[in-house]
Design a protein around this ligand. Structure first.
Ligand code: SF4
Ligand code: SF4
Length: 124
C-alpha cells in the first residue's frame, strides 16, 4: 500500500492539522487495543473519548459527539505535535493523508502539498 511514490516522498510535518480538523476517528478493529493501552474498558474509552457511535454506520462517531481536536493530540517539547496513543492509533490515522476515505482528505496538509508539487515537477 505504501509502495507508491507519494509515500516515498511524504514527510509528516507534525503540525497536527489533521488531528485538529478531522478529530478522533472511530475504528472498531483497534478500539480494544486502545482500551488496553489506556488501561480502560472499551465502554470507558467510548464514553470518555467518543460519546457514542451511530447504530446505522457503526464505523462513524456521531457528528454531535465528534471530538475535535482529537483528545490524544499532544505538543512535544520541540513545538511539534505528537499522538499520545501512537502505537495503537486508528487505521485512518495511519493511512492519512493518501490512503484514507474522502472524508479525511479535506485538510490542507503541508506534507501532502509538497508531495503533489513534487510529483507535478517530476511529471513535467
Ligand atoms: S496535516 Fe499532514 S503534515 Fe500535518 S500532522 Fe497531519 S499528516 Fe502530518
Ligand atoms: S489518534 Fe493520534 S494520530 Fe489519530 S487523530 Fe488522534 S492524535 Fe491524531
Amino acid at each position: 500500500m505504501r509502495q507508491d511514490r507519494r509515500w516515498e516522498i511524504f514527510e509528516c510535518h507534525r503540525c497536527g492539522k489533521c488531528c485538529v480538523e478531522i478529530g478522533l476517528p472511530y475504528d472498531p478493529d483497534i478500539i480494544f487495543e486502545i482500551a488496553q493501552f489506556l488501561d480502560l474498558t472499551v465502554d470507558q474509552v467510548i464514553e470518555r473519548y467518543y460519546g457514542r457511535v451511530t447504530e446505522d454506520r457503526e464505523f462513524w462517531v456521531s457528528e454531535d459527539h465528534k471530538r475535535t481536536p482529537c483528545p490524544f493530540l499532544k505538543s512535544d517539547g520541540d513545538g511539534k505535535k505528537t499522538c499520545a496513543i501512537y502505537q495503537v492509533r486508528p487505521m485512518s490515522c495511519r493511512l492519512y493523508p493518501f490512503d484514507t476515505d474522502s472524508g479525511r482528505q479535506g485538510v490542507d496538509c503541508p506534507g501532502a502539498k509538497i508531495v503533489y508539487a513534487r510529483l507535478e515537477e517530476e511529471e513535467a
